[in-house]
Design a protein around this ligand. Sequence first.
Ligand code: AHM
Ligand code: MG
Length: 357
Amino acid sequence: MHQLNYRNAPPRVEPPQSIRYDAPPNEYRDLAPMPTIRSFLEQQETAPSLIHLFEELSSACQDIASRLQNAHNTNSTGVVENTNVQGEQQKKMDVISNDIIKQKLLALEAVKGIASEEEEHPVAGHSNGEYYVLFDPLDGSSNLDINVSVGTIFSIIKAKPEEDASDEQAYLKPGHEQCAAGYFLYGPSTQLVFTTGSGTHQFSLNTDSGEFELTRENILIPNSTQEFAINMSNQRFWETAVQEYIQDLLLGEEGPIQKRFNMRWIASMVAEVHRILTRGGVFMYPKDSRAPEKPGKLRLMYEGNPMAFVVEQAQGRCSNARNNVLDIKPSHIHERVAIFLGSKEEVDRAELYHKKK
Ligand code: AHM
Ligand code: MG
């Protein structure tokens, strides 16, 4: 019988500060058994109720992963008739994924309530539950029809006994109050990346055993980068500070930043964040003038806060260009936020361009 000895695995070496295109090696591949979510969280002395919640969420997302694999065979791609609360076209898989997670979580005694990007209002669960779970069931779903990676993003916060879980006020806590957050990435393989406040870790679904197994521990985002991600087609709608920052990135070694930059845009936030956790980079979805009443496209509670927690625990940064996203006091459950996330040096620099204005 092999002992669980991943704590003795070789220490993680910070990747070089240049662009790297290879994923770091899996330091745990020769261990048997490989650490599972449960064994890993037990080592971290995570509360049993939270471990159980993680396992149930993982099983829901495993279900979503297999439905995605058959989505083109089962006529589950494409859109449904109605739009969601934010007036956006819902994909069939948005609705299916939302229902799978909602049903699984509301069955748990530990869950006091849920809030979803696809639900107009939060839904109360067990009155004695300890946690609220907020989630974007299928982020980047416009990529589904073209078979590009999508993901589920989640944020877990502690609930208080006196709170009313059907009232959104109970959920409106700043991101630094999250007790766990992460995402499931449905790509060539299904991966779970999360933090409970002590580092950011990656598990990969072993489709033979049906287990998520630890494949990277204590992920570190390099401080500097030569890669950025932004939807350039919105350029004319950006604020001047963003215009100037991107222009200087494009000037490369001939501009004030004196470095050549590469650009990527997958239009799937989970995949972009995953790339940044793998080789560094900066991802931006700034405020723009297309919808002046909204401070950005992405949602604070389902996208900004959880990704900010994951990235900060990997030594990166996440800002709305003025403040740390985790410090924002939300005022609305579906609130939008501008996002500048990733390698610290570039997020700092983006903030500096805004301060100068
Ligand atoms: P969604 O939650 O409706 O899927 O929207 C979020 C997605 C992100 O995954 C991605 O970064 C962004 O929207 C893409 O936006 P754009 O359509 O401007 O490329
Ligand atoms: Mg989303």
